[in-house]
Design a protein around this ligand. Structure first.
Ligand code: DX5
Ligand code: ZN
Length: 218
């Protein structure tokens, strides 16, 4: 089994000192998770390609852009150009998901599909062969610091069963991850952990990443 990858979410970082915050995790993290929100798909507004481009200049970590916006097709190329290595879109926001996934792939980024808590993983059966990863939301998207939704564990288990013996898609989990919830989602089959407040809400973010690694060590 491949080692677990940890993706701190900059949503909980101090944006007045973003480069410093990213610096505190750059040697401990595997990816950097960037949450894009539009105030329409989710009830919060965050950032766009301008910030991703600035983040790109501060780190060599792969940038994992999570698009929580309506009509994401309109901005895929912009985020790729700004430096995204992985781009996920929500199934709930994409009536022509296969086309949107194809569009992401054509930019050269890894293509992911994200699903809200109320959306069954079975909705993804026909797109699974086309995606590099599935982002399972374990909170309703929009804000950092929310409580983990425990039934996400069963969804991850069902998704891992749908994947079967194949290596792809990878399973990424986002929302309410801490040392206790991390262990349960990894046990269920997750490969990538997103953690915002658990990492950046503490004095020493890289030590928090180590705590997560210890919590999921086999
Ligand atoms: C929520 C975002 C998450 C958020 C996670 O809509 O997609 O990536 O940053 O934050 P925590 O880890 O604090 O739940
Ligand atoms: Zn996210």
């Amino acid at each position: 089994m491949a080692p677990v990858r940890i993706a701190p979410s900059i949503l909980s970082a101090d944006f007045t000192r973003l480069a410093d915050a990213i610096g505190t995790v750059s040697s401990a993290a595997d990816l950097l998770h960037v949450d894009v929100m539009d105030g329409r798909f989710v009830p919060n507004i965050t950032l766009g390609p301008l910030i991703v481009e600035a983040v790109r200049r501060t780190t060599d970590l792969p940038i994992d852009v999570h698009m929580m916006i309506v009509e994401p097709d309109r901005y895929v190329a912009d985020f790729r150009k700004a430096g995204a290595d992985m781009i996920s879109v929500h199934v709930e926001a994409c009536p022509h998901l296969q086309r949107t996934i194809e569009q992401i792939r054509e930019t050269g980024a890894l293509a992911g599909v994200a699903i809200n808590p109320a959306t069954p993983v079975e909705m993804l059966i026909d797109i699974l062969p086309d995606v590099d990863y599935v982002l399972v939301m374990s909170v309703n998207p929009g804000f950092g610091g929310q409580t983990f939704w425990p039934r996400a564990v069963d969804k991850i288990r069902r998704l891992a069963a749908l994947r079967g013996e194949r290596e792809r898609p990878l399973i990424e989990v986002d929302g309410g991850i801490n040392q206790a919830t991390a262990a349960s989602v990894i046990e269920a089959g997750a490969d990538i952990l997103v953690a915002g407040s658990f990492v950046f809400g503490a004095e020493n973010p890289s030590a928090q990443i180590e705590i997560l690694r210890q919590a999921v060590a086999p």
